[in-house]
Design a protein around this ligand. Structure first.
Ligand SMILES: [Zn+2]
Ligand SMILES: [Zn+2]
Length: 296
């Protein structure tokens, strides 16, 4: 049960809210034995729009507060993941937003559950019998139940909103973002890391030289265009095509790429096609000759 005024969670059977003192529903039933006619206020409440009743219910309010607390850590986690992908700008925004939010929640909790020792001023935990610093015995006190009015002031990962309304909107809207985030990650993950094109571009044919394939291609091709074609779950063909001044014509290189499933991959160059003259080299010696030329 929650206080209808401040939203604090009420201990079972209590007659007054321990946080704000408002009489609880239980107190109302106990004290007024025979209400002849329903009060106008009660009438107004029951005719209230069910949507508004849901929106204003303490349960929904607390759900929003808890959701925003969890979201802080989700943001930090996502931020760390993106940092690993090298998207440091978005990563920092997420990590800082999440950390500020999480810090705000923890610091509010600390201040709610701690008080100053009347003797020495040391921060002591409410409920402790004696001060750890000076040994003075502390007055018996209980931590006040948390209220929605105060929880509203927590920072959230989305910014310093201090508003329950924004927290509620965040709760309702974030699930809508999840499919979008999943799509973003699968597309971004595929296009940045681990794609056959990326792997071939950064591969090295050490028998010819120490440069990456991309460096060699950039040195020898004008306006190279990369593409790939999936053969099956683990293997792909990677193409790069562009004008080669050395041959005075468009040339297409075809690479074979195979993911080994253990974080490594195998690759080879399959063919060299001179597109204007229609010549295609697929044999070892002609390809080796071409590669020597490329790396020289
Ligand atoms: Zn209250
Ligand atoms: Zn003390």
């Amino acid at each position: 049960m929650f206080c209808t005024k401040c939203g604090a969670e009420l201990p079972e059977g209590t007659k007054f809210c321990p946080a704000c003192g408002t009489p609880t529903a239980a107190a109302g039933v106990a004290s007024s034995t025979a209400p002849a006619t329903p009060s106008p206020e009660a009438g107004a409440q029951s005719s209230e729009d069910p949507l508004a009743r849901f929106w204003n219910s303490p349960k929904f309010g607390w759900a929003a507060v808890y959701f925003n607390r969890v979201l802080n850590y989700v943001y930090i986690g996502l931020g760390l993941l993106l940092l690993a992908y090298g998207w440091w700008a978005i990563a920092l925004v997420l990590i800082i937003g999440g950390s500020v939010g999480a810090y705000s929640v923890l610091s509010r909790k600390y201040h709610r559950t701690h008080t100053k020792c009347p003797a020495c001023g040391q921060r002591v935990k409410i409920g402790d019998a004696t001060c750890k610093k000076c040994g003075a015995s502390l007055p018996v006190q209980q931590v006040k139940p948390d209220t929605l009015q105060e929880a509203e002031l927590e920072d959230s990962a989305n910014g310093r909103f201090y508003s329950l309304k924004v927290k509620k909107i965040t709760l309702l809207c974030t699930p809508l973002l999840i499919p979008f985030i999943i799509i973003l990650f699968s597309v971004a993950g595929d296009s940045i890391l681990g794609t056959p094109v990326y792997q071939i571009q950064n591969a090295v044919f050490s028998q010819y030289g120490s440069q990456t394939v991309e460096q060699v291609v950039d040195d020898n091709f004008r306006g190279p265009e990369w593409s790939s074609e999936k053969l099956d779950e683990n293997s792909s063909i990677v193409y790069v095509e562009g004008y080669m001044p050395l041959y005075s014509e468009d040339v297409r290189l075809t690479f074979y790429y195979e993911d080994q499933g253990d974080g490594t991959f195998q690759y080879s160059i399959n063919s060299v096609a001179l597109l204007d003259s229609g010549e295609i080299y697929t044999d070892f010696w002609n390809i080796a000759l071409f590669m020597e030329l490329l790396y020289s």
